[in-house]
Design a protein around this ligand. Sequence first.
Ligand code: AMP
Length: 190
Amino acid sequence: MNIVIFGPPGAGKGTQSKFIVNKYNLHQLSTGDLLRKEIKNKTKLGSEISSIINSGELVSDKIVSNLIEKFISNDTFKNKIIFDGYPRTLIQAMNLDDVLKKYKQKIDIVLKLSVSLETVKKRILQRQTQENRADDNEEIAIKRYKTYEKSSESVLDYYKQSNLLKVVNGETGISEINSEISGLIDTIKG
Ligand code: AMP
């Protein structure tokens, strides 16, 4: 089973991904984490992308698509991936289908966590005290939310058309969201 978890920054994608990873024995593929690792390790790619990430914009589709293919092509993760923070554009969504197809896989469900801008601001400020991310401040949080709003609609339409999209209320508590998500995953597992 491969899952996409979708939603604005601060929606709880990372928290919910970790819960799903443990419960269903999957592997989390967070493009944000992979990109931050490049910056931390001071790689050539890291130096190219740090200012983009810190401004709240998206890095190029090509860069993230290269990162995900490395993961999908690894047999250890076959049909056991939760995509967290990818795809974020229609081009990425189509690329993901192509790459999965190449390795004889597909997406089984897309979980969208819905949260308001107010909640995003609150959660990001809270996370800043825990993770100290350079892009977690109010101004950049608003920018990232706007970036999300600009590119998300076409991705959501794409998944609506293929009947994969399930919307989850991301405003409630962590354990309520856990159970709603489990219910949805259990339905498709049959
Ligand atoms: P995240 O940890 O998912 O909130 O991602 C942090 C930042 O990394 C984003 O604001 C983007 O600048 C970049 N990023 C992560 N995933 C993607 C993606 N799929 N496409 C483009 N940029 C991305």
